[in-house]
Design a protein around this ligand. Structure first.
Ligand code: FMN
Length: 139
């Protein structure tokens, strides 16, 4: 069964570009093997990640990610069954926290700062769906 899991967490320390690169390298390696696709966004000290794939594979990955000391305060924001994948070919796309992206983040935020913890499941789905349509937002 194909599912999509969306969660947010907070960076545990100040992360450098090397940390994000390391996460993306692990993701490329492991997610492809596990048939998991998705996107990761880092803005305002908050990670927002959407994972999609087989329910068991997504669960196994999420529980591994939970143990990662680079983040804290994880919160599942949405878990839905999906008919088709959105991130067909991305083992893990990074949504860069550029100035341009701030506009996209804020478009879907009720608050002045990007705060996915406060976003509804519907809004989160709309956010990721726009991200996918605008692949130029990806770094
Ligand atoms: C916010 C965040 C998202 C992550 N996403 C993934 C992911 O999608 N896939 C993955 O394999 N590891 C991800 N990781 C890293 C894992 O926690 C873990 O370090 C890694 O899977 C270990 O695998 P490796 O030994 O092959 O590098 C993430 C870590 C963080 C902090």
């Amino acid at each position: 069964m194909l599912v999509q899991l969306t969660y947010a967490s907070k960076t545990a320390t100040i992360l450098g570009p090397g940390d994000v690169k390391d996460i993306l390298q692990s993701s490329a390696r492991n997610n492809q093997a596990a048939g998991v696709t998705g996107a990761l966004c880092l803005a305002n000290g908050i990670f927002l990640q959407q994972l999609e794939g087989d329910r068991q594979a997504v669960n196994i990955l999420y529980h591994r990610i939970l143990k990662d000391p680079r983040h804290k305060a994880p919160s599942i924001l949405d878990l839905s069954e999906i008919a088709v994948r959105q991130f067909g070919s991305w083992s893990m796309g990074l949504i860069a926290a550029s100035q341009e992206n701030r506009q996209l983040f804020l478009k879907y935020s009720s608050t002045a700062e990007f705060d996915p913890y406060k976003m509804s499941a519907t809004t989160l789905r709309a956010f990721f769906s726009e991200v996918i349509q605008n692949a130029r937002w990806l770094s």
